[in-house]
Design a protein around this ligand. Structure first.
Ligand SMILES: C[S@@+](CC[C@H](N)C(=O)[O-])C[C@H]1O[C@@H](n2cnc3c(N)ncnc32)[C@H](O)[C@@H]1O
Length: 217
């Protein structure tokens, strides 16, 4: 059963997702299934997506939902933990990290406001372990004024993420940009309609080399 079919057949709590997100989830989350891992979803709403993630990631996953709305605590269940706070409150985020360990996979489906989304990313992403995934959805708000976005707004999440492409490539800028922790730990940045995904890798050997070319072989 795919995540998409599961979602279509959902008879549990309400899930609020765009259809075109599902192939993106499957592509980036697949390798974390049936492993001992910590998953965060920022934005609990009616709790249906947390049930879906628990089913998807399997019984060894610790599922954590963060929300500003205290009513969301009712969606806690075995293996599903809810913590209440503002996603831009870094002390709150750190308390959750200290309690459960850093998240291997983060899905930000919270406020979708530029400042809050960036505050969460800035605090949590550096603590995501190797091979971890940080996904931010509904980033069409990066183009919407009421969410702090706009096509030419430099502080939009998408425009800031575009700048991170240069940071990922800092080693090749001939000193114009110094490599950072982000350069050293990030494997890829993927952009989709409304979604940005950051993946951490094992970046231990960035060096061009040639092999082969022996005329006798
Ligand atoms: C789009 S809904 C989440 C939908 C849910 N993930 C799903 O797929 O069914 C957004 C949620 O983010 C929460 N939220 C809004 N602002 C927030 C903030 N500053 N910090 C944490 N949660 C926030 C809202 O209370 C709401 O429950």
């Amino acid at each position: 059963m795919s995540l998409w079919q599961d979602n279509l057949n959902n008879k549990g709590k309400i899930i609020h997702k765009w259809a075109h997100y599902f192939p993106v989830y499957e592509k980036h989350f697949e390798r974390w299934r049936n492993r001992s891992m910590v998953f965060w979803e920022v934005g609990v709403y009616e709790g249906g997506s947390l049930q879906m993630w628990q089913k998807y990631f399997g019984p060894s996953a610790i599922i954590i939902g963060l929300d500003i709305n205290p009513a969301c605590t009712k969606h806690a269940a075995e293996g599903i933990n809810i913590r209440i706070g503002d996603q831009s409150d870094t002390a709150f985020l750190q308390r959750v990290i200290d309690e459960f360990g850093p998240p291997d996979v983060v899905l930000d489906d919270g406020s979708h406001h530029m400042k809050q989304t960036w505050a969460t990313f800035s605090h949590v992403y550096p603590q995501v372990p190797k091979n971890g995934v940080y996904m931010v959805e509904d980033m069409h708000t990066s183009y919407w004024e009421n969410w702090g976005g706009g096509l030419d707004v430099q502080d939009s999440f998408i425009n800031k993420s575009k700048k991170l492409i240069d940071e990922l490539n800092a080693d090749h800028t001939k000193g114009a940009l110094l490599p950072t922790e982000f350069t050293r730990t990030t494997d890829s940045i993927s952009f989709y309609d409304s979604i940005v995904v950051f993946e951490k890798g094992n970046i231990w050997w960035k060096r061009g080399f040639r092999t082969g070319g022996n005329k006798e072989t």
